[in-house]
Design a protein around this ligand. Structure first.
Ligand SMILES: [Fe+2]
Ligand SMILES: [Fe+2]
Length: 202
């Protein structure tokens, strides 16, 4: 059975399994920032304690399943999708959300029309490190001393790109398109993130 405790154990074991320089400090900093207990959202997918951790593992699982299937139809991409890179870019793609949530009492309408109070989450970007989303995740883990490849950085930075692209500058769009062409890790993480939220967590 999946519990927050064994999710945490699995997450740490996967990260340590990469043997990547700086990974132990990343785990300590994630603990300090509240990553292991944070929800994945306030109203949508996995909006409960440990939701962010569960979502990150779902993205990892989706990416590994996709890799296995895609390598069958296009064996040439296998060398560009190392397992360690998938571990690091999926498990760390949303660490930017570690510090944005706080617990509070909220109200909701019940089916009988009456209102009830419940314990939920809201966001506070002023108390957090307001550095964006994917780019914030990259900056956080680099500042904690993690050694990432260029492909891993691009995959974390651009994982949300299809969603905010219409409002962005031309330079932003060109960078996103170039990153997708540079490494299949980039589309793999984007698609795995969407599979996790739209299919696994629905
Ligand atoms: Fe995200
Ligand atoms: Fe995500």
């Amino acid at each position: 059975m999946t519990t927050p405790e064994n999710n945490k154990e699995r997450f740490i074991s996967l990260l340590k399994g990469t043997g990547r320089q700086g990974v132990n400090n990343v785990i300590a900093m994630l603990e300090k920032e509240g990553f292991f207990t944070a929800p994945a959202s306030t109203k949508f997918h996995l909006n409960s304690e440990g939701g962010l951790l569960e979502h990150s593992l779902n993205v990892y699982d989706a990416a590994m399943m996709l890799k296995a299937d895609m390598v069958k139809v296009n064996p040439a991409i296998e060398k560009d999708l190392p397992d360690d890179s998938i571990v690091l870019s999926t498990l760390l793609h949303d660490v930017c959300k570690s510090d944005i949530y706080f617990k509070t009492t909220l109200s909701r309408k019940k089916p009988d029309g009456y209102w009830e109070k419940y314990e939920g989450y809201q966001t506070d970007y002023k108390k957090a490190f307001p550095m964006g989303h994917g780019e914030k995740s990259v900056i956080m883990v680099l500042s904690w001393g993690l050694s990432l490849t260029k492909e891993e950085m691009l995959s974390i930075r651009w994982h949300m790109a299809p969603w905010d692209m219409p409002t962005q500058s031309g330079e932003h769009k060109e960078s996103f398109n170039a990153a997708k062409e540079l490494t299949p890790l980039c589309p793999l993480v984007q698609i795995a993130d969407q599979i996790a939220t739209a299919l696994i967590e629905r």
